[in-house]
Design a protein around this ligand. Structure first.
Ligand SMILES: Cc1cc2nc3c(=O)[nH]c(=O)nc-3n(C[C@H](O)[C@H](O)[C@H](O)COP(=O)(O)OP(=O)(O)OC[C@H]3O[C@@H](n4cnc5c(N)ncnc54)[C@H](O)[C@@H]3O)c2cc1C
Length: 348
């Protein structure tokens, strides 16, 4: 069986290790940090909500919906089931189309109108919302640990504090496979940068008397937080975020926690009394001038699977399934070629 070197052990590298190790491939994973999930993955809020997405159909939504299905067999990493997307207007033709489309795809998406919404979520200040019972929030780092342990139990090797260089991958690719899942580190292997960091800061709030069990998602007028998620984490804790900040930016910003709290209080006043117990931040890997994520061949035996921007947790299982198929079968039945930008080759 093939020997596969996986560069980077965030959510994508861990998923690739998990999927490939179950095929009998020899898997070796390398990360420059001290352990797994310490890059963008460690900053994620873990919200996966393809059903609630305004994108109705097409290859990308097909992949996202397929990826969500994998999470049904990973209940231990789910921290909150259901996403409630607040609307600023009653249902219109676009929303009606969305409900129909999701039903045709086999997913439930419900419109909650004023009385229903106020009865179910009395602390939320909105008159209309879309409820998706199968969208959810997961603990991305817990999932990384789970996949690392599971792949290691099947013989996958993990090498921490090991920075992979271009000569190393060139050497490995003479005989073996290489999968680049190294996020922003991809630029180190390319003549020009193809991924850029997009910053995000988030906070954890203690609000012990607030009874909200689903993720709340809403749009704001603040340019650095076009949309926000409130994620219940149990025991009166809620995560809230994240800002979306393009270069040049500096994080953390000391005023961001209060700015996030104010935005949350506007849709749920009791959150205004919440205690901010932590803030954190991270850099999302976003492709430059091409769609997200990037999947394709840099060389015949060097695959790139990175640049998942705001959807790395959601897209990790389907990305790993595609990588596994390309290495073990030579092709994948999932649509992926549309994610292969011009600077890569499609092959397979
Ligand atoms: C604040 C915030 C909130 C987010 N919320 C969500 C969310 O709710 N839902 C969602 O789906 N996504 C979310 N995301 C996005 C998600 O976190 C990312 O898309 C995802 O984590 C990317 O995973 P990755 O494995 O590609 O990258 P990373 O987690 O960054 O992993 C890449 C790894 O490669 C290693 N590496 C780099 N170069 C080398 C090298 N040369 N040699 C060895 N190792 C190397 C790094 O050390 C790193 O560990 C969020 C991101 C942020 C910052």
């Amino acid at each position: 069986m093939a020997v596969v070197h996986v560069v980077g052990c965030g959510i994508i590298g861990a998923a690739v290790a998990e999927f490939l190790s179950s095929t009998g491939c020899t898997v070796r994973v390398y990360d420059q940090r001290k352990g797994a999930g310490l890059g963008a993955t460690g900053a994620s809020l873990g919200v996966i909500m393809p059903i609630s997405s305004s994108k109705l159909a097409g290859d990308l939504i097909t992949l996202r919906l397929a990826s969500l299905r994998y999470y049904d067999v990973l209940p231990a990493v789910t921290t909150a089931m259901g996403v409630l997307t607040l609307l600023d207007r009653p249902a219109d033709a676009k929303i009606a189309r969305c409900l129909e489309q999701r039903a045709a795809q086999g997913f439930i998406l419900e419109l909650w109108e004023r009385d229903d919404l106020h009865a179910r979520c009395p602390s939320i200040r909105a008159d209309y919302a879309l409820h998706s019972p199968a969208d959810r929030a997961v603990d991305g780092v817990k999932l990384v640990y789970h996949w690392v342990a599971s792949a290691a139990a099947r013989g996958a090797e993990f090498h921490w504090e090991t920075t992979v260089t271009a000569p190393m991958i060139g050497n490995w690719a003479k005989r073996d496979w290489v999968v680049l899942t190294n996020g922003l580190g991809l630029n180190d292997f390319l003549p020009v940068p193809r991924v850029q960091p997009v910053g995000g800061q988030a906070i954890r709030l203690r609000c012990p008397d607030l009874a909200i069990a689903t993720v709340i998602h809403w749009a704001t007028a603040d340019p650095i937080m076009p949309d926000l998620n409130l994620v219940p984490r149990g025991e009166g804790m809620f995560d809230l975020g994240a800002t979306v900040e393009f270069l040049p930016y500096t994080l953390p910003q000391p005023l961001h926690p209060q700015r996030l709290l104010n935005a949350a209080a506007s849709i749920c006043p009791p959150l205004g009394q919440g205690e901010i117990v932590a803030t954190w931040w991270g850099d999302r890997p976003r492709p430059i001038q091409t769609r997200s994520p990037i999947i394709g061949f840099l060389e015949p035996r060097i695959l790139v699977a990175t640049g998942h921007y705001r959807n790395g947790i959601l897209m990790a299982p389907i990305t790993a399934a595609i990588v596994r198929d390309l290495i073990t079968e030579g092709h994948s039945s999932h649509p992926w070629q549309f994610l292969c930008p011009d600077f890569l080759t499609a092959h397979g």
